[in-house]
Design a protein around this ligand. Sequence first.
Ligand SMILES: Cc1ncc(COP(=O)(O)O)c(C=O)c1O
Length: 455
Amino acid sequence: MSTNFTKNAPTLGRRAFLRTASVAALAGGTATTSLLSDSHAQTTARTMARTGVKYDFDTPYNRVGSSCARWDGAAREYPEGVFKYGMGVASQDFECAPCITEALEERIKHHNWGYLSDRDGLIAEIVKWNGNRNQLDLDPKTITVSDGVYPGMIAAMRAFTPPGGKSLVITPAYSGFYTMAREANIGTVDSQMKRVNGRYEVDWADLEAKMTPDVRTLIVCNPQNPTGNVWRADELERMGELALAHNIIVIADEIHADIVRKGHKYTPFAALKNKAVVNNSLSFCAISKTFNMAGLKNAYYYSSNPALLGRVNQYHWPDVSTLGVVATEAAYKYGGEWFDQANAYMDDNHTFIENYVKANMPSVGYTRNEGTYMTFLDFSKVIAAIGPEELQATYNRSTPEENFQDWLVYKSGAYLNPGSMYGTGGAGHMRLNIASSRLVLKEVFDSIAMAVNKV
Ligand SMILES: Cc1ncc(COP(=O)(O)O)c(C=O)c1O
């Protein structure tokens, strides 16, 4: 069977795209109506909270032609038309939670787009979500709303790092940390994890050795993108104690906090028992991965230490878009059930991929993810078998993994992210986004297996 997902998919015109993007998953669901906020009746949404609805993540949702980075951005890199599957950029292919579209539809009926007065309703929902889901008691006064994790973390890097200073990154890690550091005009130093019994583990001796006086911040990515670690409390505490001992401030990036697999538990850095460790940290969060709202530009950060928070706030301009606030508030308030189903579906996607790779792709290495909707596959045997020199001669990119990215698109149509983007330890690996219909994943993995098994 072919999902015929992109190859022959017509590029959607704007009108057709908007039509396809309308709420479709909910026929037959029971509904109760409530106002997002009575005090904002004119400017916020009348939104449906639903219970007992089964959402459909299996039917492929065509994003082609919507200017999305995951599909349209990648396709632009291959104008000759070999691109078929966008398995890179960290966004979900699912139709979003209906409460988000409804909240936005309601707000756009009010035809005025002047400045937003406050974010109090959103902050209240952030506090509730963290309290209910993560048993984290956040003081609303310690929360700064931002238009992305990037701007907050760049401000933190600037605030704490004098010229010549560095951030310490536990790798393989999200490529954006290097981009942020460049933007903040600071350096980075990597501490590469070790693979022990099939799990990525911190190399504690190396981490401490890298805590030299020029290192001013430690980035703790929890869950870790792309290796999928959901860090345990003891691991976080050990990172925090080492940082404290070396006078290094912890920047905890917890954007993937909600996407955690069965059997694992997300521990907010701010919930650690050692209060000295917590007071030496700031946490950068968003619900944008949870509900696929990255394009709506909304995030937040907080710290129990007013001095640290004040320093970051000095470097950060906390402006947000009205639509982002409306949508984010609705997602927090009404989207919990949608997300729980999406998360269970993504967990099953991870299991599907683990089984598929182990059964059908003997030359590809697999590491079990604990969280995030990424998987980090080891193609080093395939790259070695094709020959790095031949790949270089054919594709002439900067790293063997970038050359292999092209090779894979030409041979299978699947676009993955090269491991070399993720710092030391990414060699030979490719990151693949699993947040798609399983029908699409099956087609993608059949194509990749066909290509690599011929090598
Ligand atoms: C670990 C991590 N931090 C930050 C971001 C980007 O955050 P934002 O879009 O809110 O700036 C991403 C996006 O993939 C990410 O994986």
